[in-house]
Design a protein around this ligand. Structure first.
Ligand code: R2B
Ligand code: URA
Length: 289
């Protein structure tokens, strides 16, 4: 194509100098909400020891109101919205963007929230793999009238390294477990408190218990698409989600907002530590050369 328009970002290959703008990106971090990804970008600014000149602040690179994107040195922070269709659009465009910018060895993260199964709320789950409603490690999408499916493999190395960033002094645990990705927050996750519900408490508990017995630690709405698409593109990727509730205990998110925000910071903290560690290792390798 003479010009490729990354429609949902409001960027294009002829309208923007993508290599100049993004060529040094090494980490793409995404999460559902626009505000959380702005907070993460500002947090990375601080963690990377970067100081903006007085009166300046980070600004959103996207010119549409579909997604927000912030760049802090080698880190891109971008939101993906709720659900796999929104995740998939963002990933198509960010994978092309990384390609056009000439980026190499980029690691992708989803930093998110989830419902936990049988663990203390506030625990961070690092996904071993993402599974569908039948607990299978595949992502399916109908294309041209046919159902296609891809494996939802995630990097074991990244998962273990992120887990090792949880330190003895931290007031939370980080566990590696399977993540169940659903297409709905309410009935799709076995909630009884949606506008509709045609199953019993026992049906719900049997399903969630069976997920738990199959090694599932948490439930959310994007990881299988994220894992399948990064895997298809041969991109190393990790999913780090905090649990906001124990779904074996209830459905409603009744914890106060300030506590939930504090918990959300935990997943960001682990990924930030991983990034700093990798940048330091890279710097040391360069010095040795
Ligand atoms: C976790 O939280 C959102 C739903 O509340 C969804 O994006 C997800 O995966
Ligand atoms: N996000 C989800 O998708 N489910 C939950 O239970 C909590 C957050």
């Amino acid at each position: 194509m003479d010009n490729d328009i990354l429609f949902h970002f409001g960027l294009s290959t002829t309208g923007n100098d993508l290599p100049k703008m993004f060529g040094d990106v090494k980490f793409v971090c995404c999460g559902g909400s626009t505000h959380r990804m702005e907070t993460f970008a500002n947090y990375m600014l601080q963690e990377l020891g970067m100081e903006l000149p007085t009166g300046q602040s980070l600004s959103n690179i996207c010119s549409t109101d579909r997604y927000v994107m912030y760049k802090v040195g080698p880190v891109l922070s971008i939101n993906h919205g709720i659900g796999m269709p929104s995740m998939s659009i963002m990933l198509h465009e960010i994978i092309k963007l990384m390609h056009y910018a000439g980026c190499t060895d980029v690691v992708f993260f989803r930093i998110g929230t989830s419902g936990g199964l049988g663990m203390k709320p506030g625990t961070v789950v690092i996904s071993e793999e993402a599974v569908n409603y039948k607990f299978q490690p595949v992502f399916q999408l109908p294309i041209l009238g046919e159902m296609k499916s891809w494996p939802t493999t995630l990097s074991k190395e990244v998962a273990e390294e992120v887990q090792s960033c949880c330190l003895p002094g931290d007031d939370f645990d980080a566990v590696i477990k399977k993540t169940l990705s659903t297409d709905d927050f309410y009935e799709g996750q076995g909630r009884l408190d949606g506008a509709f519900c045609e199953f019993t408490v026992k049906d719900k508990m049997d399903y969630l218990q069976s997920a738990h017995d199959n090694g599932v630690g948490n439930v959310e709405m994007e990881s299988s698409c994220f894992a399948a698409m990064t895997n298809r593109a041969n991109i190393k990727a990790g999913v780090v989600c905090v649990t906001l509730i124990d779904r074996l205990e209830g459905d409603q998110l009744s914890t106060p907002a300030n506590v939930l925000h504090h918990w959300e910071e935990r997943a960001q903290q682990l990924v930030a530590r991983y990034i700093l560690k990798k940048l330091k290792q890279h710097q040391q390798q360069q010095q040795r050369k």
